[in-house]
Design a protein around this ligand. Structure first.
Ligand SMILES: Nc1ncnc2c1ncn2[C@@H]1O[C@H](COP(=O)(O)OP(=O)(O)OP(=O)(O)O)[C@@H](O)[C@H]1O
Ligand SMILES: [Mg+2]
Length: 505
């Protein structure tokens, strides 16, 4: 893919800067997008990717620098002006109107009217079918948005972009919450968009996706562009080096551990229609991974164990004592911690400071001594942010000002620091950059070796292989396999998760 040099970019940013108080989120950042390319934007958590996207989307006005569409300077005063210029943004978690239909969401604010100013529903439905058809996506235009999977919600946003004839489509970590099948489908859609001449800007922490669908890449570090070039000829090590600005230490894989006393016993846990007859144990000192496809029921099981969700039959024991069901506070008192899958909704108090959020779980008992609490909190949060390479302005800033990946690190810090007896982590590194992923894995192993029982839910097979002493595989609400450290291979896990027969090697 060369030859872009002589073409005019459909969109370019020239030396754009954007600060939030003392934080320079973008510093002389530049980017050129060409028709027909899928362009990857990568960088560590807090590198400035989402801020750049919001500049393109008209959400933020840059402090300095220029934005050009087809070579002409534009100033986007609002998201609507970016949209009118043909720039569509698909966020990781789209914000649809739940009570409106798919078609109504696609045409929100610009419904085709029939005579007498009645909305022409049939025309809307046809247009939606027309744009979804060529993408190979089946989605009923009349169904309400409530209950659509995140993948389908993204498709609705893409349909919106297509009916607007967007020439630039930006996807900010679109695959983070998708199953393997949905990722494949999205890649097909990106290919179609590209063939129609659109430019796609694709943000992801998964480099195999970047290599799979993109032709060029821009790497950002600390708000600046450090590299923009064709992907052909680059290796993922090259990208990582550019992202972190140094060599990464080799990945440590660990020996399987046996585990000590049983900390968690789950006995024949059943929730009708969700999961059936789930039994397993987690011992002190070991890491057990719950693997399987998105939707296999893994998160539902751990939510039931922790008391967030109810269950119909079976029981949960911690250190030999039955846990009363349906009460997270009782689970916590018994020494259980849960880092939930959806961190932004369940893990953080957005308006509180970074320091208070880190301290939330462990410093509760200091609550009566405000000044002492403050000081301890600051020190404590400082230590944990250093360990997790948190990127922030001040520890007293609201946690809402952190980048997506850095917010997730705060949730992790909050629970890791509490030193629970049993720690359950659901998708521990979703949205976390490569450099920090290795650090999180190391922390989980360290935690287990100090005697904590760790239960990890993860859809990323490499992650499962790296941390787990034992792997339990779920499929369609049932436990279908248990693999020891030696037996757990990528092939064995995928075969069990998808229900393929194990093929003799
Ligand atoms: N509204 C805001 N107020 C204050 N600081 C902000 C705000 N938005 C972003 N920042 C800061 O700007 C920097 C860049 O954040 P940004 O969200 O662009 O990172 P990112 O590259 O998208 O990271 P991630 O991979 O974690 O999503 C971070 O240090 C972040 O804390
Ligand atoms: Mg981001």
């Amino acid at each position: 893919m060369t030859g872009f040099g002589t073409m005019q970019p459909v969109l370019s940013l020239e030396e754009v800067s954007k600060s939030f108080g003392a934080v320079r989120a973008l510093e002389d950042a530049s980017l050129e997008l060409y028709r027909g390319e899928a362009h990857a934007l990568v960088g560590e958590n807090g590198a400035g990717k989402s801020t750049l996207v919001k500049v393109l989307a008209g959400v933020y006005r840059p402090d300095e620098g220029r934005l050009l569409v087809e070579g002409r300077e534009e100033v986007f005063a609002t998201p609507a002006s970016a949209r009118d210029a043909g720039i569509a943004v698909i966020y990781q978690e789209p914000t649809l109107f739940p009570d409106l239909s798919v078609a109504e969401n696609v045409f929100m604010g610009r419904q085709p009217l029939r005579s007498g100013r009645r909305v022409d529903k049939a025309a809307m439905r046809r247009r939606v079918e027309d744009v979804l058809g060529p993408l190979g996506v089946k989605l009923d235009p009349d169904r309400v948005a409530r209950g659509l999977s995140i993948a389908d919600q993204q498709i609705v946003e893409i349909a919106k972009a297509l009916t607007l004839d967007a020439r630039v489509i930006v996807m900010d970590e679109p695959t983070a919450a998708l199953s393997a099948y949905e990722v494949e489908r999205l890649f097909g859609v990106v290919e179609t968009l590209r063939n129609r001449g659109a430019a796609v800007l694709f943000i992801s922490h998964r480099l195999e996706e970047v290599f799979g669908i993109c032709q060029r890449v821009t790497v950002m570090r600390d708000g600046r562009r450090v590299l923009s070039q064709p992907l052909a000829g680059l290796s993922s090590d090259d990208l990582v080096r550019a992202m972190v600005g140094r060599e990464l230490e080799g990945r440590s894989s660990h020996q399987g551990a046996e585990g000590g006393k049983t900390v968690l016993s789950v006995e024949r846990l059943t929730r009708e229609g969700v999961f059936t007859d789930i039994s397993f144990e987690v011992r002190s000192g070991e890491i057990v991974a719950l693997a399987g496809l998105v939707g296999a029921g893994r998160s539902e099981v751990v939510r039931a164990v922790f008391g967030i969700d109810r269950y119909d039959a079976g029981r949960v024991l911690v250190a030999g004592k039955a846990l009363r069901k349906g009460s997270p506070s009782i689970a916590m008192a018994a020494g259980v911690g849960l880092v939930p899958e959806d961190r932004r909704l369940q893990g953080l108090v957005m308006e509180l400071s970074i320091a208070s959020n880190v301290g939330l779980a462990s410093l509760g008992r200091l609550a009566r001594f405000r000044l002492l609490r403050r000081a301890v909190e600051q020190r404590f949060a400082g230590e944990w942010s250093a360990r997790l390479r948190l990127k922030y302005g001040r520890l007293s800033d609201p946690v809402s000002t952190l980048s997506g990946g850095n917010q997730q690190k705060v949730v992790l810090a909050k629970w890791l620091s509490r030193e629970p007896r049993l720690l359950i982590v659901d998708e521990p590194t979703r949205g976390i950059d490569i450099a920090t992923k290795a650090e999180v894995h190391r922390l989980l192993v360290e935690l287990a070796r100090s005697g904590v029982a760790v239960l990890v839910v993860s859809s990323e097979t490499p992650e499962v292989l790296r941390v787990a002493d034992r792997v339990l595989v779920m499929r369609e609400g049932r436990l279908v396999a248990e693999l020891g450290h030696e037996e757990a291979t990528e092939h064995a896990i995928v075969a069990a998760a998808t229900g393929q027969r194990e093929v003799a090697a």
